[in-house]
Ligand binder design. Sequence first.
Ligand code: NAP
Length: 239
Amino acid sequence: MGKSALITGASRGIGRAIAEALAGEGMDLYLLCHNNIEMLDELACRLTERYSISCHTFCGDVADSEFIDMVFSNIDSLDVLINNAGISHIGLLQDMTNEEWNKIINTNLSGVFYCCRAAIPLMLSSHSGRIINISSMWGSVGASMEVAYSTTKGGMNSFTKALAKELAPSNIVVNAIACGVIDTDMNSCFNDEEMSDLINDIPIGRLGKPSEVAQVVLELASAPEYMTGQIIGMDGGYI
Ligand code: NAP
């Protein structure tokens, strides 16, 4: 039987590039999104045809534990879990509402918990597995105007390190990729001037590409098991 992977937030951006890369390795895929199911189904059709793999798509909120449990009730075995779905929130902390705070915490952090909790029993039964969390450089150094986002990614980094220790005896590897500024819809809120200022701060002088993050995912998916609990920087030298 071929290997399989589940990717959250696979309809666009980094998750979509990861789906393309893992499909290229011949993995069967479970792809999740929140709203853009047509986009996700189109991707699934293309990958199925091109790589002769199976692709299952699901549309719902990662912050909804019942949705995640429903998705996993359709899965018998899983080799790789990519926790990628996430949202940002830009603004002063003092202006943030309870709803905005809860939404970002539940999406970026609780969603990761729900997916890991459901994936671990499948991985334990094969005494192997890879969990890769898509984090941010702001999780280690913090960003002004992105306090809640930085909090979720800092939490994700600690989650990664702690879970890696808990699962190492079971041969399940847990790592995170701390991305810098990657060229996706998530940064479409910045105008040209803000984007140019942002790029000026990146030593390599450009945004990262989703395909570059996907390349690191492929490497982590096949790296030695001894490499676990790591937060891999992928930020063009920013930090
Ligand atoms: P993106 O282009 O905005 O895509 C976000 C993806 O997540 C979409 O597939 C979206 O589905 C899905 N999603 C959002 N909220 C969801 C929810 N509540 N339930 C289920 N799926 C949900 O974002 P991206 O830039 O690729 O970001 C992917 C990950 O990388 C995020 O965790 C982000 O924090 C992290 N990251 C990004 C950057 C960057 O500069 N882009 C930097 C560091 C870290 P729909 O299409 O259906 O809405």
